[in-house]
Design a protein around this ligand. Structure first.
Ligand code: PLP
Length: 380
């Protein structure tokens, strides 16, 4: 390694993988369909600033985030394209949204009126997208209430309705019945709005899974997150097609190698007790980096291209791994050797998907929980 990370645990983010994945997605869309890069939650752990700059260079039309804070962070990083806050923004953030030219999602008239009021006092308009609840039952206006909602929004000073969108609950499943029902409901709504001259300019529904497996849902824009990072929308039911590349690798350097005598225990609570002479290595990574302590174990990391099983409890900043078998077969493990937590080492590979299965969650959770104190290194 030529460039030293500021810490002995770090992420390597491949900019060419991000660019490649964006192109893969773009190649599936018509020329009239925009592509929104969803980079909420620190770009799913990949680092919002550099990831969004890379994707802007690669041609992402727009950016989607969860909160206004995330949107402002993107502007500070030099993102000039439109940014939509996908979550709820309270009226007291209107001035900040206006100052940074951020588009907001609206789901209730009271907040929208207050947002518009702030814009109008500044002699400006705030762009909004209406969120429709077609069956995810999270955020959104029920389809039946949307025409009246849009008609009322139109009368508000300071508000310009640019878009309308919905979100699928099950587009990553093999059975598309529920997702199709959601889409039909959305399309019927769009048709009704069109008939009454109320259809906003940009209608969008597709996330990564729908972009890849339900091309009829592309509409005026698709919003992709997980596939941009080269990760499966669902490992079993919606794996990425060939051509995508995982952009993230998580690495750590061995900080100590030691012997363990039979009956000696490892880490807090003495959960692991050696039943034979062992060699163990310490890695400077822990749950305060987002390396999960519970509910289950990550299992192993890779050292010298071999699995090194985690022993005992993961601590806040450190983890102990078993290198006995590696030393017996491949050779001596030394201070400074590189361990891979996610990624490839020789023939061996730990994917975010495999890790997520071990700890009983999904790959979104695995990467987005990697905390800011783990430095991100951007490589070609
Ligand atoms: C509203 C909305 N749109 C799009 C996405 C992107 O989804 P995915 O990462 O599955 O592509 C998300 C992420 O969960 C979302 O909440």
């Amino acid at each position: 390694m030529t460039r030293h990370p500021p810490r002995t645990t770090w992420l390597e983010i491949s900019c060419s993988a991000l660019t490649n994945n964006l192109r893969q997605l773009r190649s599936r869309l018509s020329h009239t369909t925009r592509l929104m890069a969803v980079i909420k939650a620190n770009a799913y752990g990949h680092g919002a600033a550099e990831t969004s700059r890379t994707l802007q260079r690669a041609g992402a039309d727009r950016f989607g985030v969860a909160t206004l804070m995330e949107a402002v962070e993107l502007r500070a990083a030099g993102i000039e394209r439109p940014i939509l806050v996908l979550g709820y923004t309270p009226a007291w953030q209107a001035a900040e949204a206006l100052a940074h030219d951020i588009t907001l999602t609206v789901i209730d008239l009271e907040t929208a009126a207050a947002l518009g009021q702030e814009a109008a006092t500044q002699g400006a308009t705030i762009q909004v997208h209406v969120k429709v609840n077609t069956g995810m039952n999270r955020l959104g206006v029920r389809p039946g209430a949307v025409p009246a909602f849009i008609a009322a929004l139109r009368d508000l000073p300071g508000i310009e309705i640019e878009g309308i969108f919905t979100h699928f609950a099950t587009s990553d499943e093999a059975d598309k019945q529920h997702a199709d029902a959601q889409f039909i409901s959305f399309q019927q709504l769009l048709a009704a709005l069109e008939r009454n001259g109320l259809r906003p300019r940009i209608a969008h529904a597709a996330n990564s899974a729908a972009l890849l497996t339900m091309p009829y849902t592309h509409l005026d824009m698709a919003r992709s997150g997980i596939a941009l990072y080269g990760l499966d929308p669902d490992m079993e039911q919606c794996a990425l097609p060939p051509g995508f590349q995982p952009a993230l690798a998580w690495k750590s350097l061995v900080t100590q190698v030691a012997d363990l005598a039979p009956s000696e225990a490892v880490s807090y609570g003495r959960e692991f007790i050696a039943d034979r002479p062992m060699r163990v290595a310490v890695l400077p990574v822990g749950y305060a980096d987002g390396f999960p302590r519970r509910p289950h174990h990550w299992g192993s990391v890779l050292l010298h291209g071999q699995p090194a099983p985690i022993l005992g409890r993961v601590c806040m900043d450190q983890t102990i791994v078993d290198v006995t078998a590696i030393e017996a077969t491949v050779g001596c493990v030394r201070l400074g050797d590189e361990a891979t937590i996610i990624g490839r080492q020789g023939e061996a590979f730990i994917s975010a998907e495999a890790a997520s299965q071990r700890i009983g969650t999904n790959n979104y959770d695995i990467v987005s929980r990697i905390l800011a104190r783990v430095p991100r290194l951007y490589v070609e």
